[in-house]
Design a protein around this ligand. Structure first.
Ligand SMILES: Nc1ncnc2c1ncn2[C@@H]1O[C@H](COP(=O)(O)OP(=O)(O)OP(=O)(O)O)[C@@H](O)[C@H]1O
Length: 250
């Protein structure tokens, strides 16, 4: 599904990613953890094609296809989805209209007609129910005045609508109360299938109790310095990152 080889990336001439190697197979959930500033969000942005970052070396493959030269839109049409750490507000564009446009643009890229209005309404209804989203939310401007938790839930609603092949969830748990965390995690778990893959970036083991990862990776100073199973997340919670930093320095 996703294969990253020796990826290096800069921002403003400063190297942030310093040789990332990562393989995520179909049907797998991977968690990426690591100290503040280690490069987690940068990695997510680079996979999604954010042009702020300059890839100086390495390759990113999605289903064997090198996606490096694709624009963010083309990557999205190929099934890459990034849920943002800080979702942007779009005044004047309702959640429903945003979703309709996103779905129809993605269909257009595949040479398909717009989704019939009836099917679109059903899809919106089904997916908003999955994430227990109140109807009145759907007519509000995207993210405008949404609470932190509402923004995060709305990101997963977008994921549910678009059914990506590769979903990267960047700190989806931050700002969620316990009930919202459970709802969002249940939503993600229901969207999980043998044909898609999920990468979860998180600081806390708590989310991983709900979305159980197959693998956990630690990103430190622009590199994945340790990988393991979900027990690694527990160990990090207990011991912090100092031992990882020491190991990485050896
Ligand atoms: N657009 C940018 N301009 C300047 N510096 C940047 C930019 N994006 C990222 N950086 C720097 O790159 C480093 C890695 O940032 P990144 O957001 O990827 O870390 P992170 O691991 O996601 O951190 P956190 O856990 O705090 O969210 C940081 O030092 C950050 O200041």
């Amino acid at each position: 599904m996703l294969k990253i080889k020796d990826l290096h990336a800069n921002v403003d001439g400063k190297e942030i990613l310093k040789g990332i190697n990562l393989e995520v197979g179909s049907g797998e959930v991977h968690a990426i953890m690591g100290p503040n500033g280690s490069g987690k969000s940068t990695l997510a942005s680079v996979i999604a094609g954010n042009e702020t970052y300059e890839v100086t070396a390495g390759d990113i493959f999605l289903n064997e296809e090198n996606i490096e030269d694709l624009s963010p839109e083309e990557r999205a049409h190929n099934g890459v989805f990034l849920s943002f750490q800080y979702p942007v507000e779009i005044p004047g564009v309702s959640v429903t209209n945003f979703m309709k446009t996103a779905i129809n643009e993605s269909r257009k890229a595949k040479g398909l007609e717009d989704m019939p209005a009836k099917d679109m309404l059903k899809l919106i209804r089904d997916k908003s129910e999955l994430l227990e989203i109140d109807r009145k939310f759907l007519s509000r401007s995207l993210n405008e005045g949404f609470s932190g938790g509402e923004k995060k839930r709305n990101e997963i609603f977008q994921m549910a609508m678009l059914e990506p092949k590769l979903a990267i969830l960047d700190e989806t748990d931050s700002g969620l109360d316990i009930d919202a965390l459970r709802i969002v995690a249940n939503g993600v778990n229901k969207l999980k299938s043998k044909d898609n893959a999920i990468v979860v970036i998180t600081h806390y083991q708590r989310l991983l109790e709900y979305i159980v990862p197959d693998y956990v990776h630690v990103l430190y100073n622009g590199k994945i310095v340790k990988s393991g199973t979900k027990e690694l997340a527990l160990e990090l919670e207990e011991k912090g990152y100092d031992w990882i930093k020491q190991e990485a320095a050896v």
